[in-house]
Design a protein around this ligand. Structure first.
Ligand code: NAD
Length: 455
């Protein structure tokens, strides 16, 4: 294991040299990062495919091009966002300058997760570079091929003193977390999120924690069922459900459940054929550990669709479980796989109660034509974000914050928030020695008197 204390120290010295501060430098580095992604599209696809057996379409749309677009968006606005802000002055400060500087934090630690191993490592890094920080990036060790490629390419394209990659797993993360960072950005489970938060407390390091949880879907009988089924299944089965914002489970009436399953059978056959294992559009479960964890859920409720498994191929067919009881294991933890349970509720009020009795979801999905039901659920529940009548697409809106609340996370990013996350808004009051100003302000000096209190 490398000497992380030295690594952080040398990176901090680079930060204090001022190298990352000029906007031109940051812009050049972001352009180089974009070039890295553009010139190595094929290599990134190959690595992602080796890690997750994921299709070219999903790799391009959800990882490579998504990340390129995020860079383009930041580059377009960086000058405006990084400019010092001049808030309005009050009468008291009429003669002063009031400025908010966007101060980079310093040395940031960014830790990615394996399920979108490129995007989740690079997207936060874009914000950190844009903010003028140095970065120590730790990609997930579970997605080995992508981590190896990131480790090879970053030093070839980016400044080697400011941006460094560390590979490794729990041991390396544990050692890294003993160091003093100026900002920590972690994507992963709530369990490890707690470990990161505890470690950050030692130095009161600010953190963003992008965590997981169960994202519910409520469907009522006014939703267009054919479209609803397609949008829910697409969101669930991309990356075979190994998506932090995947619809985790459905809440609906038994009537909607029956209609959903009937339509889903048709759609799934159309998308994946008679034998989904032969489809090139379905990924595989990332590891044997996750495969074992997921197959245990298949005995919950009743299998309405799917349920086939192949341990040698780490394959679980897209599965829908019906009549699932809230007390069953599949409803106790984040599923993170191609299994979609349906739990019966009789109306929107019951759905709200169900959601509010559990940990705050990362995302809440609802499908209904009724505006009053949309408003009721949006205002009566707490979640990182909400998407009405679709799934996943909220993630691609670069003007929407992305992040959790409660156990699904702390902080948010994407677009301007990625920049804001990595800068400290440093308030600055600049006075002069103007005689009028000094006369007005002199009431604050002793000796204090009753008369001065009345001024
Ligand atoms: P994880 O928390 O298990 O692991 C993340 C990293 O933490 C690992 O790569 C490892 O290096 C390190 N780690 C693991 N155990 C550790 C320990 N005991 N001490 C110190 N470090 C340790 O997460 P994961 O399996 O990589 O990702 C899956 C989770 O991430 C899911 O819960 C998912 O919902 C969540 N996730 C969230 C988002 C988001 O943006 N909110 C995105 C993707 C994934």
């Amino acid at each position: 294991m490398s000497n992380f204390a030295e690594l952080v120290q040398s990176t901090r010295e680079t930060f204090y040299s001022g190298k990352t501060r000029p906007l031109e430098f940051r812009i050049k580095q972001l352009q180089a990062l974009k070039q890295m992604l553009e010139e190595n599209r094929h290599e990134f696809h190959a690595a992602l495919n080796a890690d997750l057996r994921r299709s070219k379409f999903e790799n391009y749309v959800l990882e490579i091009d998504y990340t390129i677009n995020e860079i383009i968006h930041l580059l377009r606005h960086l000058k405006e966002w990084a400019a010092p802000e001049k808030p309005t002055r009050t009468f008291v400060n009429a003669l002063d300058e009031i400025v908010i500087y966007k101060e980079p934090y310093g040395v940031t630690l960014i830790m990615g997760a394996w399920n979108y191993p490129l995007q989740l490592a690079i997207a936060p890094m874009i914000g950190a570079i844009a903010g003028g920080n140095c970065v120590i990036l730790k990609p997930s060790e579970v997605s080995v091929a992508t981590a190896k490629l990131i480790n090879e390419l970053i030093p070839k394209y980016l400044d080697n003193e400011c941006y460094k990659v560390v590979c490794g797993g729990t041991n390396e993360t544990t050692e890294l977390l003993k160091q003093r960072f100026d900002y920590i950005f972690f994507t992963g489970s709530t369990t490890v999120g707690r470990i990161v938060r505890e470690a950050s407390n030692k130095f009161l390091t600010p953190v963003t924690l992008e965590l997981g949880g169960k994202s519910p879907v409520y469907i009522d009988n006014t939703a267009d069922l054919t479209v609803t089924v397609k949008r829910v299944l697409w969101g669930k089965f991309i990356n075979v459900g190994q998506t932090c914002i995947a619809p985790d489970y459905i809440l609906c009436t038994p009537e909607v459940q029956n209609a959903f399953v009937k339509e889903a059978k048709k759609i799934m056959k159309e998308w994946y054929g008679e034998n989904p294992q032969e489809s090139q559009d379905l990924c595989r479960i990332v590891s044997d550990k996750h495969y074992q964890r997921l197959t245990a859920f298949l005995s919950n409720g009743e299998v309405a669709i799917g349920g086939q498994v192949d341990p040698a191929d780490k394959y679980i067919s897209p599965t829908i479980l019906i009549n699932v009881r809230p007390s069953e294991p599949v409803m106790k933890e984040e599923i993170f796989g191609p299994i979609l349970p349906i739990v019966s509720v009789s109306n929107a009020y019951e759905a709200i109660k169900f959601i509010n009795e559990r940990d705050n979801p990362l995302v809440l999905y609802l499908f209904t034509m009724k505006k009053d039901v949309q408003n009721l659920i949006i205002t009566q529940t707490k979640s990182g974000s909400v998407c009405v009548n679709d799934t996943i697409m909220q993630y691609s809106v670069d003007t929407l914050p992305f992040g959790g609340v409660g156990l699904s996370g702390i902080g948010a990013y994407h677009g301007k928030l990625s920049f804001d996350t990595f800068v400290h808004p440093k308030g600055c009051l600049i006075k002069n020695f103007n005689i009028i100003g000094e006369t007005l302000a002199s009431a604050r000096y002793p000796p204090y008197s009753e008369k001065k209190l009345k001024v």
